[in-house]
Ligand binder design. Structure first.
Ligand SMILES: Cc1cc2nc3c(=O)[nH]c(=O)nc-3n(C[C@H](O)[C@H](O)[C@H](O)COP(=O)(O)OP(=O)(O)OC[C@H]3O[C@@H](n4cnc5c(N)ncnc54)[C@H](O)[C@@H]3O)c2cc1C
Length: 378
């Protein structure tokens, strides 16, 4: 996996972008016995795919996204075994801090097969998840099918494993400049490929501005932090809260979510103002990835508001029942967002397929989406 590697004279598939969407397509191509070249303009993936929670949020999806997420779940677990990176079939824990939040969980549970959304009383929740010490917690639910990876390890680990497969070449620090009909121009020369699959995330507008505009794609920026684990915290499940219930489709589509939205707007308007999704995941070293807020724009203002950061940390501390959290790192993550559809698959040029996940579910669906894309190319 060297940036000095030389491109083969031709390949079946050229994948542009080594984030999870690009890697998902490279893995799918490999599973079909195709030769693959992956180019990325950076020396390693440092985009959205390493900045997230590593949460494959399966259970709270609905419709087609749920199908894609279930297909992705099975692939995450397989790749984790093959490539040797951390994954855990932890499920997720949705923590309720009001009766309206409980009502959302109740309604979702009733609509699903038994066991997929397991309701917990406060006592059951505390017995199973000692880390959740917040006095406001009134119950919750385990979302059975969710899995987790450590994004900082999984994306690099999957790329390294793919690079070791026969017929696969990675060209890092190589920017795709454009192409069609099997010929790609890159910053290191021309590569010929039967099919070019462009997976450049929120930077789609740099390559295909009209396509991006037609699909109303803009950037969504999230504030995140890594904190040390408060003494007793050991929790393998991803932890979601009431704000998550306004965001993930299966929650948001419940009738009870309407009342919850009204309640949260009245009781915690600052959270609504920053469009928060208060959640956290624990990395294998015990540190917690906490977040997040959402800001939408074509070009993102680079300055991070400290009040947003403080609010996010305070609300996570409240769930854990601790006074404060010690911050080790802060960062901003950016993903593509569209009001039209959660993902885009289009052919901007002959022989070129552009794939961008346009909502915050790239880790959840990409490995399933790639299979769907290849099925349509067959
Ligand atoms: C803070 C945060 C938290 C999130 N949490 C979750 C979560 O828990 N679960 C979930 O499902 N999703 C989550 N998401 C969404 C998910 O991370 C994204 O949907 C997904 O990572 C997008 O993957 P990508 O490959 O499209 O983008 P990226 O990871 O950004 O990769 C795009 C790649 O393309 C390369 N590139 C761009 N232009 C070119 C070019 N011209 N030539 C060559 N290379 C190029 C870039 O260098 C980059 O490596 C989160 C996102 C963020 C930001």
């Amino acid at each position: 996996m060297s940036s000095r590697a030389v491109a083969p004279p031709g390949c079946d598939v050229l994948v542009v972008g080594a984030g999870i969407v690009g890697l998902a397509h490279a893995a799918e191509a490999v599973s079909r016995g195709l030769s693959v070249v992956v180019v990325d303009r950076d020396a390693r993936a440092v985009g959205a795919s390493v900045r997230n929670f590593g949460h494959c949020c399966v259970t709270a999806q609905s419709g087609e996204l749920l199908e894609l997420a279930q297909a992705a779940r099975e692939r995450w677990l397989r790749h984790s075994r093959d490539a040797g990176f951390f994954s855990v079939e932890s499920g997720a824990l949705a923590v309720a801090q009001s009766s309206r939040e409980l009502a959302v969980l109740d309604e979702l549970s009733a609509s699903r097969e038994p066991g997929q959304v397991q309701l917990l009383s406060t006592q059951e929740l505390r017995a199973r998840f000692a880390a959740i010490g917040g006095s406001a917690v009134v119950g919750g639910a385990v979302l059975r099918d969710d899995v987790r990876v450590d994004p900082r390890e999984a994306v690099g680990g999957l790329a390294a494993w793919l690079a070791a497969q026969p017929g696969v070449t990675f060209l890092w620090r190589t920017a795709f400049l454009g192409g069609s009909s099997g010929v790609a121009e890159t910053s290191r020369g021309t590569i010929s490929a039967t099919r070019i699959i462009v997976c450049v995330g929120h930077d789609l507008d740099y390559l295909y501005p009209q396509l991006s505009a037609d699909h109303e794609i803009e950037r969504c920026a999230l504030q995140m932090a890594l904190v040390t684990s408060p003494a007793s915290v050991r929790i393998s499940a991803a932890v979601l809260t009431g704000t998550s219930m306004l965001r993930y489709p299966a929650f948001a589509e419940t009738i009870a979510a309407v009342d919850l939205s009204i309640e949260l707007t009245e009781t915690d308007p600052l959270l609504i103002e920053i469009d928060a999704n208060i959640m956290f995941t624990q990395r294998p070293d015990g540190t917690l990835i906490v977040g997040d807020s959402h800001r939408y724009a074509e070009t993102i203002d680079p300055f991070l508001g400290e009040s947003t950061s403080r609010l996010l940390l305070a609300r996570v501390a409240r769930v854990l029942g601790v006074n404060r959290l010690r911050v080790l790192q802060r960062w901003q993550g950016v993903y593509a967002s569209s009001v039209q559809h959660p993902y885009l698959v289009a052919e901007p040029e002959r022989g070129v397929t552009a794939v961008t996940v346009t909502s915050g579910v790239g880790m959840t669906i990409s490995l399933g989406l790639a299979a769907k894309v290849f099925a349509t190319l067959d």
